[in-house]
Design a protein around this ligand. Structure first.
Ligand SMILES: NC(=O)C1=CN([C@@H]2O[C@H](COP(=O)(O)OP(=O)(O)OC[C@H]3O[C@@H](n4cnc5c(N)ncnc54)[C@H](OP(=O)(O)O)[C@@H]3O)[C@@H](O)[C@H]2O)[C@@H](O)CC1
Ligand SMILES: Nc1ncnc2c1ncn2[C@@H]1O[C@H](COP(=O)(O)OP(=O)(O)O)[C@@H](O)[C@H]1O
Ligand SMILES: [Mg+2]
Length: 278
């Protein structure tokens, strides 16, 4: 298992070129946040915007529109049951983040299936939270896309069938190969399984154990893979590293670190890393 190093992150978060515009830094569609879990959509979307994604559109339950806009005027919104609006957005974006707070009822399942039917093979597809559980419980086929799963240990148990106590590198790798997707297995010392290699995060800690912390990471991963397109694996590792790096910094003066506080620190942390590249 290889360690994710600070050097890798410094070399991934490069200085922005001047001859660019918002379309140069990724366009993503976030699909999540039902009427119970609106906070997940807010955290997903905020993390993506603060992590530098050029254009973010959030497909969510309409009851979340006002609170989302009040917290994050930078995002655009659509009703997540509006198939035509979703289809139009899927023709414009280069990445999708689906599942945080999506819920698991029949409406959530319909939305997930519709996105799977319409996502394009060259798009990044980050699958988190409820979407992972829906795939597991309904045995859904995966679409042709650049798929990145972000399960916590229980979600991974549901998806892979491997009980948490048996989630060894060998067992996890076998399940990852079957899925043929990148797996970010979130836990203390998160592990990332790619087709070639396993990477481990050695930073982060229990100050991060607050609901919404994974929703935040999913938004960051979406923003990084669509923005730092030279190397998708380095982009994912950088998102995972910076997420925990900020939490550790905040953890020096706070007993717990809240997802919305972490999100606010993303831009200044990215600047610091971008100034250190060789
Ligand atoms: N503000 C919002 O809108 C929020 C919305 N959210 C959304 O809610 C949806 C449901 O997601 P979820 O993660 O809350 O529920 P679920 O998948 O049942 O997992 C919990 C079960 O797994 C177990 N467990 C074992 N190991 C674990 C581990 N390493 N990490 C975590 N859990 C672990 C755990 O064990 P226990 O706590 O009982 O010891 C428990 O039995 C999802 O769409 C998500 O995006 C949340 O983000 C919260 C903020
Ligand atoms: N004790 C811990 N040590 C390190 N990281 C942790 C710890 N507890 C939680 N985290 C991190 O917080 C995030 C939690 O993700 P998740 O359970 O999906 O949250 P949520 O669904 O509530 O947003 C993961 O990135 C996980 O690695
Ligand atoms: Mg989660």
């Amino acid at each position: 298992m290889q360690t994710i190093t600070q050097k890798l992150v410094e070399n991934t978060i490069t200085k922005r070129a001047t001859q660019t515009h918002k379309g140069s830094f990724g366009k993503i569609l976030i699909v999540g946040g039902n009427d119970q879990f609106g906070g997940a959509a807010i955290l997903n979307s905020s993390a993506a915007v603060y992590a530098g994604c050029g254009l973010v559109t959030t497909a969510t339950h309409p009851s979340n529109f006002t609170s989302l806009h009040a917290r994050l005027p930078e995002t655009m919104v659509i009703d997540f049951t509006d198939d035509q609006a979703i289809k139009t957005m899927l023709n414009k974006v280069n990445g999708v983040v689906i599942g945080s707070g999506l819920g698991e009822d029949s409406s959530s399942l319909k939305i997930l299936k519709f996105v799977f039917q319409n996502v394009q093979s060259d798009q990044y597809l980050v699958i988190d939270g409820s979407a992972i559980d829906l795939i597991a419980s309904h045995n859904l086929d995966l679409p042709d896309a650049h798929i990145i799963f972000t399960p916590h240990e229980m979600e991974w148990q549901r998806l892979s069938g491997i009980p948490i106590k048996e989630q060894t590198e060998t067992n996890n790798r076998a399940a990852q190969q079957k899925l043929n997707a990148i797996v970010v297995l979130k836990k203390h010392h998160t592990e990332i399984y790619t087709n070639q290699e396993t990477y481990q995060l050695l930073i982060g800690g229990p100050e991060m154990a607050t609901g919404g912390m994974g929703d935040t990471l999913a938004g960051m991963v979406g923003a990084f893979v669509t923005q730092f397109t030279d190397n998708e694996i380095n982009a994912i590792m950088s998102a995972v590293y910076i997420h925990s790096f900020i939490a550790d910094q905040l953890g020096k003066t706070q007993y717990v670190t809240l997802p919305h506080q972490l999100i606010k620190k993303i831009p200044q942390t990215m600047l610091k890393f971008s100034q250190k590249a060789e």
